[in-house]
Design a protein around this ligand. Structure first.
Ligand SMILES: [Zn+2]
Length: 142
């Protein structure tokens, strides 16, 4: 199961979007997408936070997120409880499913390969950087 929450799937490169939708929809586990396309400005903010001790983030323009070619997901430990109950225990069955199922996929690559388990990106994403998302509407327009 896949929940997009406040991530807009239309800002992802279409083939990548179709691939991750099919991949996660086929999962017996519940996945919430927590991040998708990121503008260069948004990446700049995350990178500055990383430099100040925050979560790992690539420099602006160096992340597959900047080209609509990556998503981050959270594994819901208990979908029976309303809201997201994320588990980051990478030994949990869901994370092991994600790792095992991503290995044979021809176009997806799991971030577990570089210890970023929530991250899923287009395999060899740098070859597909030409994607430009449609006009971006502010998520929370006044
Ligand atoms: Zn990511």
């Amino acid at each position: 199961m896949i929940l997009w929450r406040d991530v807009d799937p239309l800002l992802l490169q279409p083939q990548f979007r179709e691939d991750v939708e099919r991949f996660l929809a086929a999962s017996p586990f519940w996945w919430t997408v927590t991040s998708g396309y990121r503008s260069i400005d948004a990446q700049r903010v995350l990178y500055a936070r990383y430099r100040n001790g925050g979560a790992r983030a690539a420099p602006p323009g160096r992340s597959a997120h900047n080209y609509g070619l990556a998503i981050d997901v959270a594994l819901d430990a208990d979908p029976e409880i309303p809201g997201l109950q994320p588990t980051w225990d990478t030994k949990a069955a869901g994370w092991l499913w994600l790792k095992t199922a991503s290995i044979p996929h021809p176009r997806l690559s799991g971030g577990w390969r570089f210890r970023d388990w929530p991250h899923i990106q287009r395999f060899r994403w740098k070859r597909f950087r030409g994607w430009t998302p449609p006009i971006i509407q502010p998520l929370h327009a006044a």
